[in-house]
Design a protein around this ligand. Sequence first.
Ligand SMILES: [Zn+2]
Length: 296
Amino acid sequence: MIPSWLQPNYQQLQQLGATGQLHHGLLLLGKEGVGSFDLAYQLTLDLLCMSNGTQACGVCKACTLNKSQTNPDFMLVSAEKDSISVEQVRAISDFFVSTASFQGNKVVIVKDAHALTLSASNALLKTLEEPNANRYLVLLSDPNTPLPATILSRCFKITLTVDANQAKQFISDLGIDVTQPWVNAFLHRPLCLKQWQEDGQLSAVESLYQLSQQQTLQSCHKQLLELFNQNTDYIDIFAQFCAQKLQTELLSNTLDVKRYQEKNQALLSFAHKFKEVKGLNLSLQLNQLLKQLSYL
Ligand SMILES: [Zn+2]
């Protein structure tokens, strides 16, 4: 289902489709939790449907296969071990060249397009430059991770954002109290909260917020390590809470610019190291981070 804040984007895509102007290469730029995939997938359903309407009918053969995720005219590509390889891109071009089983359209959604390796990006250019008729490539990418200019210039770009009021309404409809201070950090990606709720992780997120607000962060080492070992996604969430706290301190002049930059840098480097360095001693790195964040 497409969240309310993406309805205008969906209508734009529907209109382009109805007038035969839908670009064969679409790039949806949106943070995780905005709903990029939901939008891309609804568009896919519409494109694969065999009825002539602008929206998927839900009952034709193609729609039925989509429901059981077995439509042979759809392919989903996502990062394997943090990157999308040239082999994965070659599989896309093979998929596009082969005949469609139904109405004629074939669709590929590439999640995490920012994870394309350089050679994979180059291989993808050919698909974008010499499009086959009735083939649609939908790239989903984080807006803050730049894609090669050659890819950008060959796609129709849509940046997806969330209206804060709609986000609040959505979160409130989930039964989550929107006045809790940590909720604010996720108004720009509300679907994350829905996911955490479904996965029973909301209380862990709240704990991360409470811990980030402690003056003596070093005493939180054990609790944080336990949480990070439960789920490594919590590292980014904790880093986001800390970054927000630093910003507030900077704006209220309780932290000078130099200290702010040092602490922020420590946070960025911690999150980066965690993603890039294999066999990292998390306990030691966390200890260092908490020390850097705590000093005045
Ligand atoms: Zn249908």
